[in-house]
Design a protein around this ligand. Structure first.
Ligand code: 3H9
Length: 676
C-alpha cells in the first residue's frame, strides 16, 4: 500500500505532506509516514529545517477514532510527538482547516507553528469522553497558560488562529492562499536559531484560583460527565511543579481510565451515530438533488418563525405566509427580536441581522408560494386543516417543489394523499425552539421519492441540523417513545410516587429534566380539551385550576418569580383525590421501579420501532434522544444504554411489571446480541 505521507524537497527545507482523506486522521500509516519523513530530514545533511503540512480540506483532525479498541500499532501518537520535538532540526507545523486533538498535539511537538487566518485549533477529545493523550494536557498549559488550557481541554471548543496567535499556540499567520510558501520561508528564517523552542521545557505558572473559578462556572455543564474533571486534573498537574515526565505519566493513566470506561464508548458511539444518521439505506449517496433556492413557510407562529430562522441564518430566502396581518406582524417581530437578542450577545453582527431579515418576505398571499422550491407547513395539529392546505398547495406549488409538513404526530401518507403528487411530500418534524434544537426528524412517506428525501437530508446539514429518517407512525421516533414514559409516570403517581421523586430519578440519570418538569416548561394546557368542568385526570384538574406550568407560576410545582420550583401542597391534594378515586394499589415506589417503568419501557418501544422499520438503525434512535430530548450523551442514547444496562436485565424488569416485551428485544436478550 502506498504511504499517505510524501516528502518534497525545497532546497534546504523538507516538506512532509499528509494526504489521508477525508480529514487526515492520524492512523497508523500516517504516523509511520510522519516518523519516516522526520527521520529522512534528520539524516540528510543538506536539510536545515522541516515543514509538516496536509493536503485536502484540513490539517490532521486528530487520532483515527476508528482505531480505538483495535490492536496498537507503533509508533503511538505520544511517541511520534516526542520524536518530532526531540529533533535537533527545527520542524514547523503549517496549519489549515482544523488542527484538532492529536493534530493539535502534533503541532505542539513542532518547534514552530504557522496557520492560515481561517484555521481553527482545538482539543475536542472531551467530547469523545477523553482527554488529549499525546501530551496535549501538558504542553498546552506550558505554552498558553492554565486558563486557556482549561477552556480548550475541558470544554473542547476550538479557537481561531487569531486567538491561538495571541496565546502563543501559533507563532505566525500565513496568507490564506500561500501557506506552503510562507511556511517554507518561515522555516528558512528560523533554521539556524538555537536553542529550539520546546513546549515540554516551558514552565506553566500554577493558577489554583483559575481552576477553582472554572470548576464553579461550569459545574452545571459538566454534571454527570467523567472527562472534564480528568482534563482539569491533568492541567493542574502540568502547573503544580511536577516534571513534564510526571505530568505525562499522569495524563496517560487518566487517558487509559477514560478510554476503558463506558462514557467514552457512549460518546464515540454518538460521534459515529450522528454521521451515520445522514446516510439513507437504499439510496445512492450521489443521487442528484433538487435545488432549494427559496423556502416557503406556512404559519408564522412559534414553530413557523423558528423554522424560517434556520434558513434565513444561512442565507436561504424565505417566504412566510399567515392568515392575518396581525399574526404576520407578530411572527416577523419575534424573528427580529430573536436575531437582535443574538446580536446583543455578540453572536451576530448588526449587518447580519439585517441581511437575515432582508431575506424574509412576509405575505398574506398564498399564491406567493409558487416560487418556492420547498414549502413547509407549520400550522396547528389538525388533519382536516393540513389536508386542506396541502390540497391548495398542490394547485399553487411549481412542479418539483417539495411539500413538507411539520406535524409531530399525524399521518404523512394521509396528508400526501390530498395532493396529486405524493412523491413530493414528506414530514420535517422540527423540535421547539426550532431555531435552537439540533434534531430534525425527516418522515419518509410510503410514496416519498428518493431524491426528495435525499434533498431534505442534505438541506438539514446546510441548516446545521442533525437529521434522522423516520417512518410514518404515531409520534414518529421521539414522541412515540415519550408516550409510554408519560403513561407510566402518571400511573406511578397513582400508586404512590410523587412528581418530585419521578423527576429526581430522571435528573439523576442525566436528563435535563423529568417528565413533570417538562410538562410545566412546555405548558400543562398543551393538548388540553379546554373544558374546566370535564376533569378526567390529574392534568385536567391542574389545567382547570389555571396550573398551566411555568408560564402561570404554577403547574405540577409552584414557582417563584425566578421560576424556581417547590413541591406544591395543592398538587399533592389533587393527586391524593385521584389516588382514592382510581383504586390503584398503593405501595412504596422505589427509584429502581421508576427506572424500569419509565426508561425500560422506552427501550421496549424503541425495539418495536426497529422491528417495524420506522427507524433505519438503533443508533438513529439514540441520535433522536440525544439531540431532541437531552438524553445524557455519556449514556449514548436509549438503545446504546440498553446494551450497557444488559438486555436480559431489561427484559426481566419489563416482565416483572407485566409489560409485553418486544420480540426483537427478547430475542436479542436471549442470543446475547445487541441493537443495531
Ligand atoms: C484524539 O485525537 C486522541 C489523542 O489526543 C490521543 C491519542 C493517544 N477519526 O465530521 P465529518 C470521519 S481523539 C476517524 O462529516 P466535517 C467521519 O466519521 C480525536 N474518522 O466532516 C466522517 O466519516 P464518513 C480528536 C474521522 O467536514 C468523515 O471523517 N479529534 C475522524 O463536517 C468526515 O467527517 C476529533 O474529535 C477521526 N478523528 O467536519 C475531531 N474525524 O464520511 C473529530 C472525522 O464515513 N472530527 N472522521 O461519515 C471532527 O470534529 C470533524 O470531522 C471535522 C470535519 C471538524 C474534522
Amino acid at each position: 500500500m502506498t504511504s499517505p505521507i510524501r516528502t518534497e524537497r525545497h532546497d534546504d527545507v523538507l516538506v512532509i505532506i499528509s494526504n489521508n482523506p477525508p480529514v487526515n486522521a492520524l492512523g497508523a500509516a500516517v504516523r509511520q509516514g510522519l516518523e519516516a519523513g522526520v527521520k529522512e530530514g534528520l539524516a540528510d545533511a543538506s536539510i536545515k529545517a522541516m515543514v509538516i503540512r496536509c493536503d485536502g480540506r484540513t490539517f490532521f483532525a486528530g487520532a483515527d477514532i476508528t482505531e480505538f479498541g483495535k490492536p496498537f500499532v507503533e509508533p503511538g501518537l505520544p511517541t511520534l510527538v516526542d520524536m518530532i520535538e526531540a529533533s535537533d532540526k527545527p520542524v514547523v507545523a503549517a496549519i489549515h482547516g482544523t488542527a484538532l486533538g492529536g493534530g493539535c498535539e502534533v503541532t505542539l511537538g513542532c518547534h514552530y507553528r504557522i496557520a492560515v487566518p481561517s484555521a481553527k485549533i482545538g482539543t475536542p477529545e472531551v467530547k469523545l469522553g477523553l482527554l488529549p493523550g499525546a501530551g496535549g494536557t501538558q504542553r498546552i498549559p506550558r505554552v498558553a497558560g492554565v486558563p486557556l488550557a482549561l477552556e480548550m481541554t475541558a470544554k473542547g471548543d476550538p479557537i481561531s488562529a487569531r486567538k491561538a496567535l495571541d496565546a502563543g499556540l501559533i507563532d505566525r499567520l500565513a496568507g490564506e492562499d500561500s501557506l506552503e510558501a510562507d511556511a517554507i520561508a518561515f522555516a528558512r528564517e528560523i533554521a539556524d536559531k538555537r536553542p529550539l523552542p520546546r513546549a515540554s521545557q516551558k514552565v506553566a505558572a500554577p493558577n489554583p484560583e483559575a481552576v477553582a473559578a472554572f470548576k464553579k462556572e461550569n459545574a452545571k455543564r459538566f454534571r454527570g460527565f467523567d472527562a472534564p474533571a480528568a482534563n482539569i486534573a491533568c492541567v493542574e498537574k502540568a502547573s503544580d511543579g511536577s516534571s513534564f515526565e510526571e505530568g505525562i505519566a499522569f495524563e496517560r493513566q487518566e487517558f487509559m481510565k477514560l478510554m476503558m470506561g463506558v462514557q467514552s464508548a457512549a460518546q464515540r458511539h454518538i460521534f459515529f451515530a450522528e454521521r451515520q444518521a445522514a446516510k439513507i439505506d437504499g439510496i445512492p449517496a450521489d443521487i442528484p438533488l433538487r435545488p432549494i433556492k427559496r423556502v416557503g413557510v406556512i404559519g408564522a407562529g412559534t414553530m413557523g418563525g423558528g423554522i424560517s430562522m434556520n434558513f434565513l441564518s444561512v442565507g436561504v430566502p424565505v417566504t412566510i405566509v399567515e392568515m392575518s396581518q396581525e399574526a404576520l406582524d407578530r411572527g416577523t417581530g419575534v424573528i427580529r427580536k430573536n436575531y437582535e437578542a443574538s446580536a446583543a450577545k455578540g453572536r451576530m453582527k448588526p449587518e447580519q441581522v439585517e441581511a437575515a431579515m432582508g431575506a424574509l418576505s412576509p405575505t398574506l398571499d398564498f399564491e406567493a408560494l409558487k416560487d418556492c422550491d420547498l414549502i413547509i407547513e407549520a400550522v396547528y395539529e389538525e388533519m382536516g386543516v393540513k389536508k386542506e392546505i396541502f390540497g391548495r398547495l398542490d394547485t399553487i406549488a411549481k412542479p418539483g417543489a417539495i411539500l413538507a409538513s411539520n406535524t409531530s404526530y399525524l399521518n404523512i401518507d394521509e396528508i400526501a394523499a390530498s395532493t396529486s403528487r405524493p412523491e413530493d411530500v414528506l414530514g420535517m418534524h422540527f423540535f421547539s425552539p426550532a431555531n435552537v434544537m439540533k434534531l430534525l426528524e425527516v418522515v419518509r412517506g410510503a410514496k416519498t421519492a428518493p431524491d426528495v428525501l435525499a434533498t431534505v437530508m442534505a438541506l438539514a446539514k446546510t441548516i446545521k441540523k442533525v437529521a434522522v429518517v423516520a417512518g410514518v407512525c404515531h409520534g414518529f421516533i421521539g414522541n412515540r417513545m415519550l408516550m409510554p414514559r408519560q403513561v407510566e409516570a402518571n400511573k406511578l403517581l397513582m400508586e404512590g410516587a410523587t412528581p418530585e421523586q419521578i423527576d429526581r430519578v430522571h435528573v439523576e440519570f442525566g436528563m435535563p429534566m423529568g417528565p413533570f418538569q417538562m410538562s410545566d416548561l412546555a405548558g400543562v394546557d398543551i393538548g388540553w380539551h379546554r373544558d374546566p368542568t370535564r376533569i378526567e385526570n390529574i392534568r385536567d384538574a391542574l389545567a382547570a385550576e389555571g396550573r398551566w406550568g411555568q408560564k402561570t407560576g404554577k403547574g405540577y410545582y409552584d414557582y417563584d418569580e425566578k421560576r424556581n420550583p417547590t413541591p406544591s401542597p395543592r398538587v399533592a391534594e389533587i393527586i391524593e383525590e385521584f389516588r382514592k378515586k382510581s383504586g390503584a394499589v398503593q405501595h412504596e415506589v422505589t427509584d429502581q421501579e421508576i427506572v424500569e417503568r419509565t426508561l425500560y419501557t422506552m427501550v421496549n418501544e424503541g425495539a418495536l420501532i426497529l422491528e417495524e422499520k420506522m427507524a433505519q438503525r438503533a443508533s438513529d434512535i439514540d441520535v433522536v434522544w440525544i439531540y431532541g430530548y437531552g438524553w445524557p450523551v455519556y449514556r449514548g442514547g436509549p438503545m446504546f444504554w440498553a446494551g450497557t444496562e444488559g438486555l436480559p436485565k431489561i427484559v426481566a424488569g419489563l416482565e416483572k411489571h407485566g409489560f409485553a416485551v418486544a420480540p426483537l428485544l427478547k430475542s436479542l436478550a436471549e442470543s446475547g446480541g445487541r441493537f443495531k
